[in-house]
Design a protein around this ligand. Structure first.
Ligand code: G1P
Length: 283
């Protein structure tokens, strides 16, 4: 199975930071956000991650390209841990596809259609990270339990955040998953079928690529992945895999990116004392 990781956006919410640095390359502790996503894909059994990028975002390609000179320099000066880390990033099975026009998330996903072919695939949004890699693995299990159906990760969000997400409605099943019957992209609170938001991870059947090919622009004038999933409900079953708020981190805004870094630093013994000391000194 392949993963499709859309990463062709302009990162406008982070300007001026993202004028020269792609949003997906912003640090989450010691790694760029997109590397967590690629590693999560591999942990879920994916054999190739296709990053859908823009031609001027070459820092993303560099991160996943081998750099033998840097590795041998680091080994020469005895910095083997860093050499291993550089070697690891360069060895990850990443290929790049390009989205040449900013026509929306659904369009970006469809840019990888020739690579995913007739197989199911996982879409992983790069502004959601899952440090313990558990969510995609669980989605694969839910799909297997439901005859290979599409599965979407869902997070219950507060009412005032409903309009930021794709929101689903459906019936809760005994196994804790949701049988999804309706979806709407970024609804007003009064139009939202529930408070369960689509949270950046989708295990999809190849039919979705077919549906994306014929889709008209939707919310925000963009070709929306959610609209293809709404169309999918007419012919296939779709399930929701509910996740906990402390499993997956939205890093898509300055506030959530900062909060993610602080939370993960507090969970990491290498950085915990530093963060606590800074907070203590600035109280
Ligand atoms: C996208 C999807 C939306 C989903 C969200 C978070 O929106 O269109 O359905 O809920 O990601 O995963 P975006 O944040 O790109 O506007």
């Amino acid at each position: 199975m392949k993963a499709v990781i859309p990463a062709a956006g302009l990162g406008t919410r982070f300007l001026p930071l993202t004028k020269a640095v792609p949003k997906e390359m912003l640090p989450i502790l010691d790694k760029p956000a997109i590397q967590y996503v690629v590693e999560e894909a591999l942990a879920a059994g994916v054999d190739e991650a296709i990053i859908v990028s823009r031609r001027d975002k070459d820092a993303i390609e560099q991160q996943f390209t081998p750099d033998d000179d840097l590795v041998s320099y680091l080994r020469g000066v005895g910095k083997d841990d860093f050499a291993d880390a550089v070697e690891h990033a360069g060895s990850l099975p990443v290929t790049i596809a390009y989205q040449d026009e900013p026509l929306g998330l659904g369009h970006a996903v469809h840019c990888a259609a020739s690579a995913t072919g007739d197989d199911p695939f996982i879409v992983m949004l790069a502004d959601v990270i899952v440090p313990d890699n558990a969510i995609s693995q669980r989605m694969v299990q839910v799909s297997e339990a439901h005859d290979g159906a599409s599965v979407i990760a869902l997070l219950e969000v507060p009412e005032d955040e409903v309009s930021r997400f794709g929101i689903v409605g459906g019936d809760m099943l005994d196994d804790g998953t949701m049988h999804i019957t309706t979806m709407v992209e970024k609804p007003a609170l009064e139009d939202a079928p529930s408070r369960y938001a689509i949270f950046g991870r989708y295990l999809l059947t190849p039919k979705v690529m077919e549906l994306l090919a014929g889709l008209k622009p939707g919310a925000g004038g963009e070709i929306q992945l959610t609209d293809a999933l709404v169309a999918l409900l007419d012919s296939e079953e779709v399930y929701g895999c509910i996740i906990d708020a402390d499993e997956g981190f939205d890093t898509g805004t300055m506030d959530t990116w900062l909060a993610t870094n602080i939370t993960l630093a507090l969970r990491d013994e290498r950085y915990r004392d530093t963060v606590n000391d800074v907070i203590e000194r600035n109280r």
